[in-house]
Ligand binder design. Structure first.
Ligand SMILES: [Zn+2]
Ligand SMILES: [Zn+2]
Length: 344
């Protein structure tokens, strides 16, 4: 028997013993090496986001293939892999339009079907990507958030030479910073209230970083961008952060709402401001066809995690891991179901 952390109802996560799952036709059995804790897990745990309990959470993961079901080709026992958790149906009107991330029947490993806060996890072979040989297995657990950030960059259609403002320098903000630099932005300016995260934004090569709580910061961004950035990407998920976006963007500019806010959160727009300045407000959700590019970005060094502050927890301490994520002291909290891995 192996362990898994089962989400039964809001605020209840329980360690249970399970049989090792059997890979059926088209499925891959993975021994989980690392699974990231993400805001979505915390939202689900709180009853704020969609899920399908009882279910094992954990959707940002990598591991080693331990077995494949009939019909699986191209993957073998011993392969190091990362998994795209989002499974689209292929036949709803959105899938048939190519907008698979808007699928009406979307299933997601670690959200609606059993995920990787567990020693073992199964996935359809369509979701499983072999890691490039020089990408560490632990970094493979970041492929999912990187793939989602790539969707945000795609939505913004950033051209080389443009100025971009990123709100928030957490895990997503720092990934976004690296991706935006890779597509050739002229300046990438970051607003982040926590000093230790501002230090990281500098290490990752932002052009300027400031504290959004200081009113002169917004003025500085305007000065540095000659009146406003071409693109503002909000990576915080809080209305206070979104509220800054119209002031930071130039006329004709684009705002990407990337952070996941709470259900109750709203934000007021000045309609004449949108009208006269012809602003574009874009949502960005999930990772349609960006997973392989996320792995390529890791392989090419366009995204690296070497400066990250990471805290690792064994599976039985999953509750503690969620609490630590909430506290926000570390850039990323990882659950390491294998027993042998220690904190560095
Ligand atoms: Zn996530
Ligand atoms: Zn569909």
């Amino acid at each position: 028997v192996v362990q898994a952390a089962l989400f039964r109802r809001p605020k209840t996560l329980e360690l249970v013993d399970r049989e090792i799952p059997d890979p059926r036709s088209g499925e891959v059995l993975i021994r989980v090496s690392v699974c990231g804790v993400c805001g979505t897990d915390v939202h689900i745990f709180d009853g704020e986001a969609k899920s399908n309990p009882p279910v094992v959470l954990g959707h940002e993961f990598s591991g080693i293939v331990e077995g494949v079901g009939p019909g699986v080709t191209g993957l073998r026992e011993g392969d190091a892999v990362a998994v795209d958790p989002n499974i689209f149906c292929g036949y709803c009107p959105y899938c048939r339009r190519g907008q698979v991330h808007l699928c009406e029947n979307l299933r997601a490993i670690g959200v609606t079907v059993d995920g990787a806060f567990a020693e073992y996890c199964k996935a359809p072979a369509s979701q499983v990507y072999r890691l490039p040989s020089d990408v560490a297995v632990e970094w493979g657990a970041f492929a999912e958030p990187i793939s989602c950030a790539l969707r945000g960059v795609d939505r913004a259609q950033i051209q080389s030479g443009e100025d971009v403002v990123i709100l928030g320098a957490g895990n997503i903000g720092l990934i976004m910073l690296q991706l935006v630099r890779a597509v050739g932005a002229r300046q990438v300016l970051v607003l982040e209230p926590l000093p230790e995260r501002r230090v990281l934004a500098r290490k990752y090569g932002c052009s300027w970083v400031g504290d959004p709580r200081e009113p002169e910061s917004l003025e500085t961004v305007k000065d540095l961008t000659d009146g406003g950035a071409d693109v503002v990407i909000e990576c915080v998920g809080k209305p206070e952060a979104v509220a800054h976006t119209p002031q930071l963007v130039r006329a004709g500019g684009r705002i990407v709402i990337f952070g996941m806010a709470e259900k109750k959160d709203t934000f007021t727009l000045n309609l004449q401001d949108i009208f006269y300045r012809e602003l574009t407000i874009l949502g960005s959700v999930l990772n349609p066809f960006t997973f392989a590019r996320a792995l390529a970005a890791l392989e090419a060094g366009q995204v690296n995690l070497e400066h990250y502050t990471i805290r690792r927890f064994p599976l039985p301490e999953i509750q503690h891991a969620l609490a630590e994520h909430r506290r926000g002291k570390y850039l990323k909290v990882l659950v390491v179901p294998g027993k042998e891995i220690k904190n560095r």
